[in-house]
Design a protein around this ligand. Structure first.
Ligand code: FES
Length: 107
């Protein structure tokens, strides 16, 4: 359907196609936690402090490609400076995610 947002999640080498809608979850962390039933993912509830929601992105565009608020500092503490390593709780469910690949990282 036209308003759908489609992207792929990679978890332990398995490709999982996701179809969702704008704003279907408060952010990408909640979507991943629920759809993939990830325990101990997103422990701080999405304020960008715990770094239990780290993902690697490929193909993300628009405002969603920018690290804001607590995100750069939290990732730097773990040694992640790359632009494509992100806190999934800081990425909203928008059309910026169309055709993106999201890999779950074990931190
Ligand atoms: S949920 Fe804690 S940093 Fe993302």
């Amino acid at each position: 359907m036209k308003n759908n947002i489609n992207f792929t999640v990679i978890e332990n080498g398995t490709l999982i196609p996701i179809t969702t809608r704008h704003g279907s979850y408060p952010n990408l962390m909640y979507l991943l936690k629920e759809e993939l039933q990830l325990e101990s993912f997103g422990e701080c509830g999405g304020v960008g402090r715990c770094a239990t929601c780290v993902v690697k992105t490929s193909g993300i565009t628009g405002n969603s490609a920018l690290k804001e608020r607590n995100e750069p500092a939290t990732l730097s503490k773990l040694g992640f400076e790359e632009a494509n390593i992100r806190l999934s709780c800081q990425i909203y469910i928008t059309t910026d995610l169309n055709d993106v690949e999201i890999s779950i990282l074990e931190v």
